[in-house]
Design a protein around this ligand. Structure first.
Ligand code: C5P
Length: 225
């Protein structure tokens, strides 16, 4: 498949994956949720009982970890598999969410995930969302978007999403704290921190609908194709 590369970065729960999926569908492009890859590794590390910031142990674990995606026919979007096991719901658990940024800080982890992500973008025609896509993984992406929204709005969105998907109830203020803590770690880490690429277009989605945001990105993409 040919086509351009689109990078969508931004802080936690800014709506990146929702709009990235819609834009990819409309363009007939591959969608890659890079956060799901870090989450899957974190899930595997927790399961294996390894120390999450231990680079040596993570390096030994990673070759044993195969992360794959397949379309979710029932709910739309994608299912995520760890060595063939469906971990789509497990990687959204509180334990994974509160530990993933620690794992994502480790240089060897970032290098391995970047190599895997680049394999998806080999032939273009991809929409990738994450934290370092425009700055580090696809610095030559034809279209870069940096999505923002107020932390209150992001916590409400995550709360409603949890409810809609039937995930465990987590109070709004706890979600807000968790989002702030994760953003802090992601913005301040040493390797490939969360950062707006200089040539990224910033969109504050606080008072925009999913439809508004995805249409804007789709229109920007069409102008580049
Ligand atoms: O996108 P999501 O919230 O699922 O990402 C989970 C975590 O994975 C982030 O908080 C961040 O620590 C890490 N991540 C990253 N780089 C990416 C995507 C996600 O460090 N490109």
């Amino acid at each position: 498949m040919s086509g351009i590369c689109i990078a969508i970065d931004g802080p936690a729960a800014a709506g990146k994956s929702t709009v990235a999926k819609i834009v990819a569908n409309r363009l007939g492009y591959i969608y890659l949720d890079t956060g799901a890859m870090y989450r899957t590794l974190t899930y595997a590390a927790l399961k294996a009982g390894i120390e999450l910031s231990n680079e040596t142990q993570l390096k030994m674990l990673m070759p044993k970890i195969n992360i794959t995606f397949s379309p979710d026919e029932k709910n739309g979007g994608q299912r995520v598999f760890l060595n063939g096991e469906d971990v789509s719901d497990a990687i959204r658990s509180e334990s994974v969410t509160s530990n993933v940024s620690e794992v994502a800080m480790v240089l060897a982890v970032r290098e391995e995930m970047k190599a895997r992500q680049l394999a998806f973008a080999e032939n273009g025609g991809v929409v990738m969302d994450g934290r370092d896509i425009g700055t580090n993984v696809l610095p030559n992406a034809e279209l870069k978007i940096f999505l923002l929204a107020s932390v209150d709005e992001r916590a409400i969105r995550r709360f409603n999403e949890n409810k809609a998907k039937g995930y465990k109830h987590v109070p709004l203020d706890v979600l807000k704290q968790e989002i702030e803590a994760r953003d802090h770690l992601d913005y301040t880490r040493e390797h490939a921190p969360l950062k707006k690429a200089e040539d990224a277009i910033e969109l504050d989605t606080t008072s925009l609908s999913i439809e508004d945001v995805s249409t804007r990105i789709f229109t920007l993409a069409q102008a580049k194709i």
